[in-house]
Design a protein around this ligand. Structure first.
Ligand code: D41
Length: 673
């Protein structure tokens, strides 16, 4: 028995050492942080049960990373502590109770609540107001001297501001890479066929440990300060929040999401508010931190081993987890595109249980070398579709199976074609394929297309399944009695649906063109086509050459459009839609575009990334109203790129082409100019 425990302990240590090296030294982790933490806690628990096996070289016996030898070492004058974690309200309540018991108080405690930045802890030392040293946290006692690299961070002052500056001031904070800088860095790296970073934190770590500060300078790091270290001189503060205000006055960057809260309730309120904001924040966070605000209480509480008793990190559910890939299905989309979908052993990730995740396409599957039976890393961030990001190759048994593209469509058995140079494989069945039928109808009815309220995905599937509709034209022959008989439908909902269908009979030409679902014809292109041709008959007759004179339409899109209107089936459906007896669709009169004198009239604008103050759709509507054209891809003809958070390849392309890049504030100015 004991021998088995000892063996287990040694195995955990070996595994942790391996992954710590990948993570801390090579900046290329192979397993999710959550898995590392679990292994670590397993070892901690075993060692707590069997203290006789604790050895000084166990990964649990040091807090933090192994310093790289290439930097000189710095001993922190005051050790840099670590933070304990809680993962639930119950654990938080237990933390709060421990504090109140220890302080023997009936009063609710007041906390400084802060986002927990996902970066690297560093210490800055200012002497007579001048930045003289910056060091990583390292193991808490000794870190690496990264002064030259920290000096390249624009938000870190090289000299403190104000009159009352202590002789020596050490501040602690987190260095991180803003999401926008991370996306730009990775976009550049993949354009140059270089290795990309897994996440902003690893990118920040890799950038800070550059031996050449010129490289770091290029990486747009940022920093927020969150605590004082060693201080020699006058810096009176009775609370943590006062100390942070003082740091701000000295010109040091402090996060502006920090709030004062009371009790567990206040903490939980802050936690949920920040969690909601998470995606919109310009930097990655992995939770929040609560700190007892009153410094005299902090002193009474002191610390245990390496962590203060008066502070705790409340972690968000992990966005990456490990699970087993049990199989792969291929889903057929509207244009026949085949998407490999991973069937997973259910796993709790990003706050929900996930059992399916996208594998994107076969190129990605091959690039990531993912096989059935693999242990894989699944990521679910915010509201995006869960995806398989990698296989943990070190966990392979050798019994895994390669993933193959099927030769025939899993829905209609038609041949699958893979066009040279395209990542996507397609079913050649067209509208003969039930899956493509369903998807085409879903698209037709969707909000930005014909906007048929109530005709959602589930109902479309039901209607096609029941053989009641085969093409989009059939929507207009549906009858109330028929619909009311369907499962989960009734008299009232059938009536509403019929009314919504009737309303959709009057529509703008642009929406109609978009609704047809021609490949590569998005909303912007549909609008341009409507403007250029003013009627469906003229559009049907256009040839490739003619189409290419329309803004935003190149040879590929032109080919797709011509191809679409050459299909007898498509022409037949369009005729039915416009037929007085069947669809009776009528086009709204085209509004006369006012000759506008706005700064944006006639300009071509592309929108990318996540906007914070308005939605992309709102931005687009404002731009269109101001007479601008909104297109989907950046080219030399683009006048402005409106870039939000997480802007990626479009941003780098715009930068390359010298396109003017604007943010929401600049858009506001242009709109009111
Ligand atoms: O944002 C953070 N990652 C953060 C980290 C923060 N907001 N506050 C922190 N406070 C502390 C104490 C309470 C020990 C001064 C921290 C950390 N520590 C910390 N970061 C890395 C290890 C510890």
């Amino acid at each position: 028995m004991t021998q088995r425990v000892q063996q287990q302990i040694e195995q955990l240590r070996a595994e942790l050492r391996h992954h710590a090296n990948l993570y801390y030294v090579l900046d290329q982790p192979e397993i999710p942080d959550a898995e590392y933490d679990r292994l670590y806690r397993q070892l901690q628990d075993l060692e707590a049960e069997h203290p006789e096996y604790i050895r000084s070289d166990s990964p649990t016996q040091r807090v933090g990373a192994k310093p790289l030898t290439s930097f000189s070492q710095v001993r922190h004058r005051v050790p840099m502590l670590s933070l304990d974690n809680v993962f639930s309200e119950d654990e938080l309540a237990a933390f709060n109770k421990r504090l109140r018991d220890r302080l023997e108080t009936e009063q609710e405690l007041v906390f400084s609540a802060e986002p927990k930045l996902d970066g690297l802890a560093v210490s800055l030392v200012y002497e007579q107001g001048e930045l003289v040293q910056a060091a990583t946290r390292g193991d808490g006692n000794t870190g690496e001297d990264v002064t030259s690299n920290i000096r390249t961070i624009q938000s870190v002052p090289l000299r403190l501001l104000g009159e009352k500056i202590p002789d020596v001031l050490e501040v602690r904070g987190e260095v991180f890479m803003p999401k926008a800088a991370f996306n730009k860095l990775n976009a550049e790296a993949s354009a140059n066929d270089e290795k990309t970073f897994v996440n902003p934190r690893n990118a920040a770590a890799g950038s800070l440990r550059q031996l050449d500060p010129a490289v770091t300078a290029h990486r747009s790091l940022a920093m927020y300060c969150y605590a004082l270290g060693y201080v020699d001189g006058d810096l009176p503060s009775h609370t943590h929040s006062e100390a942070l205000a003082t740091l701000r006055h000295l010109g040091l960057p402090v996060c502006n999401e920090i709030e004062i809260v009371t009790g567990v309730e206040g903490c939980m309120h802050f936690y949920h508010a920040i969690l909601k904001k998470r995606d919109a924040l310009p930097y990655d966070i992995d939770g929040v931190v609560y700190k007892v605000d009153d410094i005299s209480l902090q002193e009474k509480l002191g610390f245990v081993s390496r962590a203060p008793r008066w502070a705790i990190a409340h972690k968000f559910p992990a966005q990456e987890e490990m699970t087993q890939l049990e199989g792969v299905d291929f889903q057929v989309g509207r244009t026949g595109a085949l998407t490999p979908v991973a069937r997973l052993k259910p796993v709790f990730v990003g706050g929900v249980t996930v059992s399916n995740a996208t594998l994107h396409n076969m190129d990605e599957v091959r690039r990531k070398d993912i096989r059935v039976g693999d242990t894989v890393i699944v990521r679910r961030a915010g509201d995006v579709i869960p995806e398989v990001v990698a296989a943990v190759t070190s966990r392979r048994s050798g019994d895994e199976d390669m993933i193959h593209l099927p030769e025939h469509c899993p829905v209609c058995q038609s041949d699958i074609e893979q066009v040279e140079g395209e990542a996507v494989a397609r079913c050649t069945g067209g509208l003969f394929c039930r899956a493509q039928q369903v998807e085409a109808i879903k698209h037709f009815a969707s909000r930005k297309a014909m906007d048929i309220d109530g005709l959602g995905d589930k109902l479309v599937e039901q209607l096609v399944e029941a053989g009641m509709i085969k093409s989009v034209a059939d929507i207009y022959t549906l009858e109330k009695e028929q619909i009311a008989k369907l499962e989960r439908m009734g008299e009232k909902s059938a009536e509403n649906l019929i009314a919504a269908i009737d309303r959709s009979r009057t529509v703008s030409l642009a929406r109609f063109i978009y609704a047809l679902g021609i490949r590569e014809v998005g909303e912007a292109t549909a609008r341009n086509l409507a403007d250029a041709y003013q009627g469906i008959e003229k559009l049907k007759a256009a040839d490739e050459e003619d189409l290419q004179t329309v803004p935003d339409i190149g040879p590929v899109v032109a080919k797709h459009i011509v191809h679409f209107f050459r299909q007898p089936h498509n022409l037949e459906v369009i005729d039915q839609l416009l037929d007085k007896k069947i669809g009776a669709i009528q086009f709204e009169a085209v509004p006369v575009v006012k000759a506008s004198s706005s700064a944006l009239s006639g300009k071509t604008v592309v929108i990318t990334g996540t906007l914070s103050g308005i939605t992309r759709d709102e931005a687009k509507q404002s731009l269109l109203a101001a007479g601008a054209k909104v297109t989907g891809s950046v080219s030399a003809k683009t006048d402005y790129l409106l870039a939000g958070e997480k802007a990626g390849s479009k941003l780098s392309k715009a930068e390359k082409l010298g396109v003017t890049i604007i943010d929401e504030a600049a858009l506001e100015k242009l709109l009111s100019a």
